[in-house]
Design a protein around this ligand. Sequence first.
Ligand code: APR
Length: 314
Amino acid sequence: MARKKVSVIGAGNVGATCAHWIATRELADVVLVDIVEGLPQGKALDLMESAPVMKFDLSITGSNTYEATAGSDVVVITAGVPRRKDPVTGKYPSRDELVKTNQKIVGEVARNVAQHSPNAILIIVSNPLDAMCHVALQESGFPSARVIGQAGALDTARYKAFIAMELGISVRDVHGIVLGGHGDQMVPLPRHTSIAGIPVRELMAEDTLQAIIQRTRKGGGEIVGLIGVSAWYAPAAGTVEMVEAIIRDQKRIIPSAVLLNGEYGYNDLYIGVPAVLGENGVEKVIEMELNEEEKGMLQISAEAVKSVVDILGY
Ligand code: APR
């Protein structure tokens, strides 16, 4: 069987780490693309030079154009600019300015990707995540089953890591899920969280659990506060979990940003929900039964997403 091909657009911190983990798991050949000359080529070469030691047997190449991405099975989009101070004016861009800037970048990337890989499945990582999914959907012209956002995989990983650290038990035994948009209004679901099947509330005091929920919601900001830029290991890990589910047709249930068409009562809005991921992209959206409080939290999160999507002007 021919080897699979994954292109990663944006060879920055998240993109390069995705390439690294795709390689060490031997999921597919990787093409890294970036606008900065030399950057994707250099990182690809560095990774290839690690192959004899790490023992992966595939090709990783870098490019500043899209020809090399042709015929990709999966394309991960991490291109964008982070929220950083303007070196000249010393001011931060407003949220709207940042959304517009990344809309332009992700739009251009999606058009190029669609032209060269018309059958690819897109995984969007660029922020603001849920809005950038709308941009990729619009500009690629792909069906929504093939345009998926990475958010819940990361948010759920953070939530599980904090629970495992608090209880001093293996992360392997923590099960849980985080729904909603990829922002401070995300919706961790303690009622659906268990430790090897034991409801988390039997093992953890409510105030500790609530503190973990708040820490999860602000997980991105915690890392920015520590290192000054946004995280890359956990975001890349969440992304590669999705890449693997698709490339290996695993039918995994991974919380993902998916275009809802009536599910959970929302229409035409990308929101994080449990989705079955396989070779066709989103193969099914799982509709969980939520209580009134959970529905209310999802509503607040959806409104926050909608307010950013409105800036796009589609
Ligand atoms: N085409 C290709 N690459 C681009 C483009 C473009 N039009 N515009 C910017 N890039 C590249 C940059 O040159 C940079 O190398 O995207 C890369 C982004 O990398 P980083 O700045 O290191 O950002 P990173 O931490 O990887 O985050 C990428 O993922 O988690 C999100 O919020 C994060 O939106 C951000 C994205």
